[in-house]
Design a protein around this ligand. Sequence first.
Ligand SMILES: [Fe+2]
Length: 286
Amino acid sequence: MFAVEPLDATFGAMVHGIELRSLDDETWNALHATWLEHALLIFPGQFLSREEQDSFANRFGALEFKAAPISNLGKNGQVHADPADDVVKALRGNEGWHHDSTYMPLQAKGAVFSAEIVPSAGAATGWADMRAAYDALDEATRDRLAGLTAYHSLFYSQGREGYLPSKRDENGGYAMYGYHDQEPSLRPLVKVHPDTGRPNLLIGRHAYGIVGMDPDESEHLLDELNDWACQAPRVHFHQWEPGEAVVWDNRRLMHRATPFDMREPRRMWHTRIAGEPESELALNHR
Ligand SMILES: [Fe+2]
């Protein structure tokens, strides 16, 4: 069986001695339990094809979307490096801590992410443990957060940083994933993990407008929580090697990109695992 080497953080492990492209059921069951325990698993030297990555992701549940490039490399081989470029704005937005797809009606369960082209410096991915963050809160803050809900929106998070796309579709909307015309998703600030039964903070850059709170007070509280939660020992930053793959639990962890010189090409592949409607649907989309 595979070997698990825990990271120096409240979560996460390197996994050695496993071939993700050919898992038997016994290995899969053990790996799934390891994933629920550590929330982030890093697998060196996998070099998965897009199809192999999608079938591995599919073991965890239905897919929100299949392997998609997260890249500054254009279709014609040109690199996107201009700060005003919509591709660059989308990538820079990812540098804020977030859970994936909380702005959609159905929050993601997790993601498989792999490295194909890695720049010479920078471009680490960071993760932060929102279960350990909740556990470390003082009693007064836990009481203050209990029962609170916030809206999540990509219009909000990208707009706040000045990263909204320039390009509009024929209806005046943004023709990019996540900019939907449905009501912004309303989610609890503390969410119980459906598999572990443990409470986790559900915050990040997409969250705003805590219900029943003045907008400035809400923004201040969320900024403070995000800053405080994403500190050691609850964070881990991974510097990528080509061929590595990871899978993370988006119900427990936040993550973020970090800067790099965008004149150098970078190409990652992201397969997003859909949440379960019973536990990951927004409160106002049930
Ligand atoms: Fe993300």
